[in-house]
Design a protein around this ligand. Sequence first.
Ligand SMILES: [Zn+2]
Length: 282
Amino acid sequence: MTPGNSTYRGRLAPSPTGFLHLGHARTFWVAQERTRAARGKLVLRNEDMDALRFKLEFVSAMLEDLRWFGFEWQEGPDCCGPFGPYNQSERMQFYRAALEKLRAGGFTYPCTCSRKDIQTAARAPHATDEDGPIYPGTCRSKTPSTINSQPSTRFSWRFRVPDGEVISFRDENCGPQQFTAGKDFGDFVVWRQDDAPAYQLAVVVDDAAMQITEVVRGADLLKSTARQLLLYRALGFPPPRFFHCPLMTDTAGVRLAKRHDALSLRQLRATGATPEALRRLW
Ligand SMILES: [Zn+2]
């Protein structure tokens, strides 16, 4: 699809687990600029599934900070739209339906491993991805009755990756990418032990349901794109295009995180910074 096509749908998908910082704003700004260039629509999705870290006060702060910085979205939790609800916490029925589809298709299996089990049994001590050691496949061949007879009834659902398959795609910013399933990443969790969808599943279900045509986000999610492409295929959804932005680092070269309070939009605004001046530094 070329810019100028009005079917373009971009999105901002912030998570209200802390105050937004300048790194988020820069990536979101790229998303907004690309949407504007394509005369498309920008969707705001509130990724509030992370119940442990999520705080209600951060949601209103998030919306306020985004507006202050100059973001304008056409669909979102505060302004509705045809593909709502736009709060992930209100979309459980979509995620459950997707999990059912994956289970029915034989793409997933229940996993009772704790984090410690996985560390102990990891295939190779150095085979890790951003989520920790690559899952060694311990529960792959367990039958459901074995799972049910375990003392703990808590388990997650993992996606069985096609070992050895090379997943390739062209990133609109970073160029051609390829990752090997089972080597660069292992069977990943799609449904958590606490009965909530994992990030990978929720984001795919929502981007597909909201008919997002291009996903703009940070480069830390490049490898996750390979996992997500497997989910798109298994669920029978057409994948969007991807545009990954370099991550912003602080002056010491450390990647910005929500703990960098001094670079939160909230703090920068309090010290008199303007969005225009902040953007000139990019
Ligand atoms: Zn397991």
